[in-house]
Design a protein around this ligand. Structure first.
Ligand SMILES: Nc1ncnc2c1ncn2[C@@H]1O[C@H](COP(=O)(O)OP(=O)(O)OP(=O)(O)O)[C@@H](O)[C@H]1O
Ligand SMILES: [Mg+2]
Length: 610
């Protein structure tokens, strides 16, 4: 289903039609049948509604007015049976509606979660976590609310109104028309209400999302808040969002309170007028009996109540429509990065990498410019450069987290756009710069990408990442549950678990983004050694800041401001006397200024040869 245009979005009728069809499509056939039964029960209970006023009329006319009590018991029994029948059928209806709406919400939740899994990085760049959570929780709940509480009330209101009006017309058409006289006025009022209320709901929904985002960010960033002692500031920021949300709510209530008394007044007035005029009709003989007046008084609420309900329904429908639009937007979001129709099949990633005049821009902002390099399977490529120069972006093009703007990235000689995404990513093990660990056991975290790993293999990879020692000291070793995002471990420990996790998939390409930045030099040396002795063949792409991490690499790239400014081996780059050489001198404490430059260059080269 295509998303509606802006113009279509403004028409609530059009939106609702699409949204109801969409809910229907997400309901399993069995529950669709149940839902139809539930709505039929609703119609049936509306018909039952007409029986009791008729019985009341007979009690008045045949029992009270004549003093003959013989039919009383039978009539009371009918009344009781009708009441029980109506309540019983309604009970069944509610059970059906509850299970149907839960079925839809279950399907939608599953589909949204799956959708999010397969969406690309741009999607997550654009959507805030708080907003996504709002869609997955309160917006989804409003979709459920429609099926459980709104749609049957619409049918109930329409049927009650139509049936009772038709019935009253057969009793006395003049009095019925009087009762109906306010209907057009109410229609005009509700039209105004529906026009003005939806934008207010859209606004309120935005405020809710902003408030949730503020709360989510505050919880996720609680350490930063504490470290900067910014609790008061955060409290005020949340207070702002909270009151904005409340104000948005109040604006809706204010609008509602402008219309609601008008509706109430009209409905009550018309009921009074009906009783008054009805009384006169009985006196003048226009109505045949007092019993007929009893039918009118008994059913006048059945005509006026749906009108009163109209305002509530418009309110709820607008709220539902706002939320459904948000959920639909998420469900129909198209990932820009997908498998090509003619994607090639590959057994595995062997590890040859080629960047061919690659440029990359986000929203028109150039981030990488004309990057070209090549690495054979099994080689080690190191990338260094100042912060923000584009290193992380460069490696994210390899696993196609983003698509290049120009040029080609090839893995094993095949353009990454021609790879099946799943095969490509499964063959690339990545330890990202921001380490994220799941609230799971240490073993579960290491085996995240390779679920069939035995405990011994997990331990082996932990040892290679120099994590074995500290994991053994954890209270329950590999069964220790790590807190949310790895709470309970130090930065370096988290990095080592992430490294073990990346190695554990035995990838054809191992990508390490600043993975040893938080470990000491000795540990780093150990890890370097382990990387050289991996039990499987793989190409390593390592982003690092320490010269010691990259001096043995087959190829070193220096990225500055999105461009590869230097490229070569350790020796070649030292000779270039550029960024790499300067970094080398800085890290090894070799002076590089003025006349001494020639000498220190030699010194550096000697170091380089060591
Ligand atoms: N999703 C994004 N949207 C917009 N701009 C981005 C995005 N990701 C990165 N950038 C920009 O691209 C540039 C390169 O970022 P990148 O993360 O690749 O740098 P880096 O070299 O890895 O830096 P560091 O050494 O600090 O990790 C930065 O200027 C950054 O602002
Ligand atoms: Mg980075």
């Amino acid at each position: 289903m295509e998303l509606p245009t802006d113009r279509e979005q403004r028409s609530i009728g059009f939106m609702l039609k699409r949204q109801i069809r969409w809910l229907w499509e997400n309901m399993d056939p069995k529950y669709r049948r149940h839902h139809i039964i539930a709505l039929c029960i609703c119609v049936f209970s509306c018909i039952l509604l007409l029986v009791n006023p008729t019985v009341s009329q007979r009690i008045i006319d045949e029992v009270i007015m004549t003093g003959n009590t013989a039919p009383l018991l039978g009539l009371l029994a009918i009344m009781l049976a009708v009441k029980l029948g109506r309540e019983g059928s309604r009970y069944l209806m509610v059970i059906f509606l509850e299970t149907d709406s839960q079925n839809v919400i279950y399907n939608l939740r599953r589909s949204l979660f799956t959708k999010m899994q397969y969406n690309d990085m741009r999607f997550f760049d654009r959507h805030r976590t708080g907003d996504l959570m709002t869609r997955m929780s309160s917006d989804l709940d409003w979709c459920r609310h429609f099926l459980a509480f709104i749609d049957y009330r619409i049918i109930d209101a329409v049927c009650t109104y139509v049936f009772s009006t038709l019935y009253l017309l057969t009793v006395n058409w003049k009095l019925t028309l009087l009762l109906m006289i306010i209907t057009p006025i109410l229609m005009v009022i509700t039209r105004f209400l529906s026009k003005y209320i939806r934008p207010r709901f859209v606004f309120m929904r935005e405020k809710l999302s902003e408030m949730n985002t503020a709360a989510q960010e505050n919880i996720a960033g609680n350490r930063v808040v504490k470290a900067f002692a910014r609790e008061d500031y955060e409290r005020e920021r949340f207070e702002e969002k909270n009151s904005a949300f409340m104000d948005a709510h109040l604006r809706i209530n204010k609008l509602w309170l402008t219309f609601f008394p008008m509706i109430e007044l009209l409905v009550n007035a018309i009921q009074l007028v009906t009783v008054f005029v009805g009384g006169i009709f009985v006196i003048t003989g226009e109505l045949e009996s007092v019993g007929q007046l009893a039918i009118f008084t008994g059913l006048s609420w059945a005509v006026s109540n749906p009108m009163r309900e109209l305002g509530n329904l418009i309110n709820d429908l607008s709220r539902f429509s706002t939320s459904a639009a948000k959920v639909m937007e998420l469900q129909y979001a198209q990932s820009e990065i997908n498998d090509a129709d003619d994607a090639e099949d590959h057994d595995r990633v062997r590890g040859q990498i080629e960047f061919d005049h690659v440029s990359f821009a986000i929203d028109g902002k150039p981030i990488l410019k004309d990057v070209t390099f090549r690495a054979e399977a099994g080689q080690t490529v190191a990338v260094m450069g100042p912060t923000g120069s584009g290193k992380t972006t460069l490696i994210s093009l390899l696993a196609r987290f983003y698509d290049v703007s120009d040029g080609q990235v090839r893995v094993d000689g095949c353009n990454v756009k021609q790879w099946k995404l799943h095969q490509l990513r499964a063959g690339i093990g990545t330890a990202t710069q921001d380490v994220f660990l799941f609230s799971d056991t240490v073993e579960g975290n290491i085996a995240f990408g390779a679920q069939d790993l035995t405990l011994d293999e997990v331990k082996d990879f932990a040892r290679r990442a120099d994590a074995a020692e500290f994991v053994d000291k954890l209270p329950e070793g590999y069964d220790t549950i790590i807190g949310e995002r790895g709470v309970g471990l130090s930065g370096g420990q988290r990095q080592r678990i992430a490294l073990a996790r990346a190695m554990a998939v035995k990838p054809g390409i191992l990508v390490l983004d600043d993975t040893t930045s938080a470990v000491d030099s000795e540990t780093e040396q150990y890890i370097q050694q382990q990387l050289r002795e991996l039990p499987f063949e793989c190409t390593k792409l390592i982003i690092a800041q320490r010269i010691s991490s990259m001096r043995d690499a087959d190829l070193i790239l220096v990225v500055e401001d999105g461009t590869v400014t230097e490229m070569g081996t350790h020796r070649e780059l030292l000779e270039k006397r550029g960024y790499y050489w300067q970094t080398y001198c800085l890290q090894y404490g070799i002076p590089m200024d003025g006349s001494a430059a020639e000498e220190t260059g030699k010194e550096a080269l000697q170091h380089g040869q060591e």
